[in-house]
Design a protein around this ligand. Structure first.
Ligand code: ATP
Ligand code: MG
Length: 455
């Protein structure tokens, strides 16, 4: 029906995979979500192939709890939809079936092939300058394995006989703690530059080393990220920074020059100050977020991006102040400028960028401690986040630790005590914080980095 196909890499397909039978591997159905099993069994019942694949298999083999379960099958998305009532087809670039069970979604992907569409056929793989724009070409499991990104992500758990299928030496790499791209690394990064970010993510998440040939191109290909849709980069950044190992991710992204491509204004500041407080500030902010995630506390992109973009905003703010603008206006202008620049690279949705800007705009307001102002500020919906932000700044040596401590006390104080505190501060002269170098930070209250009710 769909010919002629032009196979791009006929030699690339492993003829005979390693098949590990059920008694010889550690994957037990007891650790697979019931819903994933339901999907697998149901597809099998309908005479389709059905495998667990990707992060689920990888994490089970490593003894980690999988974040989600992905299924691969030879059924087309339309056929999957006919099997499951609770199913929705999503994605244009990469068409997938989502089978919904309450809050759990099992992602079902049809085996992708390695063929390139020729004119007039129904195939749908679109390339441009070596980049895959769209991939809805279906193929065999062997082809599907080789178009996956890393070898450790290309292991299949076959529901037909509970065996493990390995086309890409993924098992060996799992044992060695090694992250290796399938195929020619540079070509694979060019096909989809987000794989560079995925390399960093999995290296940090799994504690794996990136194999040399997979690592080498990372140092030179950061510029390819400029072509990725800003909304996709936002999603990927959330996965990178909101999974509990954000500090390690930040360091690796900088090491490969990827961070500068995503946050050029911040990278400029970091590069100029090297070991100074901007680096301390971002590092502490990310470490805090990691700690909160490990404690199952809430985190929000508003605070995260607030931290990542603060230094360029602060510097512009200071420049506007020096130019004679009032504090509120100076902050508004600085934030607008940096946000506009940033949005063209990474699309931060409004529901996060608005609270982020509020956190920033409250920073100069927290310096005003006279009269009724503090009382009003503590009732502001963004106060807690803004306060946490101030504490972080103080810990990094950029804001006055005495100011942060004052707000800590103010929140704990009774009504009468608060009145005394604001009277006292009315007479106090406003003092600009002394800039400190890292390692010189004064301990303040714990910066938690939380915005309650954030998404
Ligand atoms: P986790 O869900 O723990 O973040 P994962 O490996 O399951 O990790 P997903 O994004 O859920 O990652 O993708 C599922 C699988 O799809 C991957 O394991 C990989 O085999 C394949 N995959 C995902 N994104 C890509 C990509 N950009 N290029 C090639 N293969 C990909
Ligand atoms: Mg997954």
């Amino acid at each position: 029906m769909q010919e002629p196909f032009q196979n791009t890499s006929p030699d690339a397909i492993a003829a005979s995979p390693l098949i590990v039978p059920r008694p010889e591997h550690g994957i037990s159905r007891a650790n697979i979500s019931e819903n994933a099993l339901k999907v697998l069994y149901r597809l099998k019942q309908e005479n389709f192939q059905a495998h667990l694949v990707g992060g689920g298999v990888r994490d089970l083999l490593l003894g980690h709890e999988p974040k989600d379960f992905d299924v691969a099958t030879d059924a087309t998305p339309e056929q999957v939809r006919q099997v499951f009532r609770n199913c929705r087809l999503i994605g244009r670039r990469f068409r997938l079936a989502h089978v919904h069970f309450g809050r759990e979604i099992i992602e079902v992907a049809t085996f992708r092939g390695t063929t390139v569409a020729s004119e007039g056929d129904d195939n749908d793989r679109q390339m441009e300058n070596g980049r895959i724009l769209r991939d809805n070409t279906y193929g065999t499991i062997a082809e599907d394995a080789l178009r996956r990104d890393f070898t450790v992500n290309a292991l299949y758990y076959n529901i037909a006989d509970f065996s493990l299928i390995d086309y890409a030496d993924g098992l060996e790499d799992i044992k060695a703690g090694r992250l290796r791209l399938i195929g020619d690394p540079e070509q694979r990064y060019r096909e989809d530059p987000v794989r560079m970010l995925r390399a960093v993510r999995f290296a940090c998440k799994l504690g794996f080393t990136i194999e040399r040939q997979t690592e080498e191109p990372l140092f030179n290909l950061a510029h390819l990220l400029a072509d990725i849709a800003p909304a996709r980069l936002f999603d990927e950044l959330i996965k990178l920074f909101h999974s509990g190992y954000g500090l390690g991710v930040f360091e690796k992204l900088r090491q490969y020059g990827l961070f500068g491509e995503l946050f050029p204004a911040t990278e400029d500041c970091l590069a100029r100050e090297d070991q100074g407080f901007p680096l301390t500030f971002v590092s502490r902010g990310l470490a805090n977020t990691d700690k909160r995630l490990h404690e199952d506390k809430s985190v929000t992109p508003a605070f995260l991006f607030g931290v990542l973009l603060w230094e360029p905003v602060r510097q512009r703010f200071e420049e506007y102040l020096a130019g004679g603008e009032a504090a509120n206006e100076a902050m508004f202008l600085a934030a607008s400028e940096i946000c506009t620049q940033q949005q063209s690279l990474v699309a931060i949705p409004k529901r996060f960028s608005l609270p982020m800007r509020e956190i920033w705009s409250m920073q100069p307001r927290l310096e005003q401690r006279d009269g009724k102002r503090p009382q009003r500020l503590v009732t502001h919906p963004r106060f807690r986040a803004a306060y946490d932000f101030l504490v972080l700044r103080a810990e990094a040596g950029e804001a006055d630790p005495e100011l942060a401590a004052w707000w800590t006390r103010f929140q704990e104080a009774s009504g009468a005590e608060r009145a005394t505190m604001t009277e006292g501060s009315a007479k106090r002269r406003r003092r600009r914080p002394r800039r400190r170098k890292s390692g010189d930070a004064t301990p303040g209250a714990d910066a938690t980095g939380v915005v309650k009710g954030g998404g």
